[in-house]
Design a binder for this molecule. Structure first.
Ligand SMILES: NC(=O)C1=CN([C@@H]2O[C@H](COP(=O)(O)OP(=O)(O)OC[C@H]3O[C@@H](n4cnc5c(N)ncnc54)[C@H](O)[C@@H]3O)[C@@H](O)[C@H]2O)C=CC1
Ligand SMILES: NCC(=O)COP(=O)(O)O
Length: 352
């Protein structure tokens, strides 16, 4: 992914990676990225997580003859990062520990994983809010485990916004999925499809357009051409298949245009991504999760990066989930995590 190459200067604070679900592929892909030397400039990446869990993930890869040992260096603070020997994995201890998870069965929903993952995310936001790290890259969490731990958030996106507010920086956030060929920003994210339809309001579409427009300078497109997908088949077919395009989406586009935002549409959702992919638009605004994510993921889960727009700090993640079906087998692909790290550095550099 040429345009995602790391460009971080030595002066930029490091990037922190959160553990994710301890029984999913998160620890494995973190270890794999370090083993392969694909985490960016030396000494510029650390992990918040349970060392025992990361040691088990390292052992998974070691079972393959071609993989060397990865020493794990536990550090007390980000300031200790330069003390970590080259080739070691720097790990900051989380505010809640659970080494027992290193004995738990791979690929299972466990409330302790939810609690540990949440602690790592909270700790990372604290670091970012203090400016100790330049970006957060999150390994995937299992949303049922998060819920089982009593967390009220349906995903990182919502949790990061809430945690940012607790640090005095409230944020109106949106999810963007990006790969080499497509970028899509979602009006609604983690809710039932019925509810998503209710949440497609004039204000929601307009604020998403504003957030997408304002964020685009960070990825190098200060005046993005934003295509807005309709909600209904054929963007409503002139009202025959639904009136949201006429009554909600088109007025929001007009309001955005009056503010100088290059918003266009609404366009038929089934063809708008094809048009963006061939260069007609820079970003597609999608009305709901699967409308936006299917086209990006279909191009390859190894390429996509999830970016939270609207936060006061940079957050990226791989575009895939915990992949419980392959966790612990040493077959997980770390490419999307590597792309997320590179994207995080690039965005952090532009925000500095
Ligand atoms: N950023 C995050 O924390 C995300 C979390 N999730 C969560 O992950 C959990 C599982 O979600 P699923 O829908 O099953 O999606 P998934 O992405 O975990 O898995 C879908 C399929 O892709 C494969 N896959 C995914 N990533 C892979 C990789 N790096 N290497 C090799 N194969 C890979 C899996 O083996 C599986 O067959 C859910 O709780 C979901 O909410 C899903 C997406 C993002
Ligand atoms: N499908 C992407 C996804 O659900 C990731 O959500 P989040 O945890 O980044 O909010």
């Amino acid at each position: 992914m040429a345009h995602l190459d790391p460009v971080q200067s030595p002066a930029t604070p490091p990037v922190v990676v959160t553990l994710g679900d301890a029984l999913g592929i998160g620890p494995e892909i973190i270890v794999r990225a370090f083993l392969d030397g694909r985490t960016g400039p030396a000494g510029q990446t650390l992990v918040i997580g349970e060392p025992a869990v990361l040691r088990r993930a390292a052992a998974v890869w070691r079972q393959r003859a071609d993989v060397p040992e990865l020493p794990i260096a536990v550090i007390d603070s980000v300031a200790d990062l330069p003390l970590v020997p080259p080739g070691a994995l720097p790990v900051l201890l989380p505010s809640w520990r659970c080494p027992e998870l290193a004995q738990a069965p791979w690929g299972t929903v466990d409330a302790r994983c939810g609690r540990l993952a949440a602690a790592c995310i909270r700790d990372a936001v604290a670091l970012a809010s203090r400016g100790e790290v330049s970006a957060i890259v999150t390994a995937p969490i299992h949303k049922e485990a998060l819920f089982a731990a009593g967390e009220p958030y349906p995903g990182h996106t919502e949790m990061l916004a809430a945690e940012s507010a607790l640090h005095g920086q409230p944020a109106d956030v949106r999810m963007m999925l990006a790969n080499e060929e497509l970028k899509t920003v979602l009006v609604t994210v983690h809710c039932a499809l019925r509810e998503a339809i209710e949440r497609v309001t004039f204000d929601a579409v307009l604020s998403t357009l504003r957030i997408a427009h304002a964020s685009a300078a960070r990825w190098g497109q200060p005046t993005p051409r934003i295509a807005v997908a309709g909600l209904n088949p054929h963007a409503g077919e002139g009202g025959l298949f639904g009136r949201e395009e006429i009554e909600v989406i088109a007025p929001a586009i007009a309001a955005a245009r009056a503010e100088g935002i290059d918003a266009r549409g609404p366009y038929a959702p089934d063809t708008v991504f094809m048009r963006a992919r061939t260069g007609e638009f820079d970003v597609v605004l999608a009305m709901y999760h699967d409308q936006g994510l299917i086209p990006v993921k279909y191009l390859g889960v190894e390429q996509g990066v999830n970016v939270t727009l609207g936060l006061p700090f940079v957050r990226t993640s791989p575009d895939h989930g915990t992949a419980f079906d392959v966790a612990g087998r040493g077959v997980a692909d770390a490419s999307s995590l590597v792309a997320a790290l590179a994207m995080a550095r690039r965005l952090a550099q532009r925000s500095a």
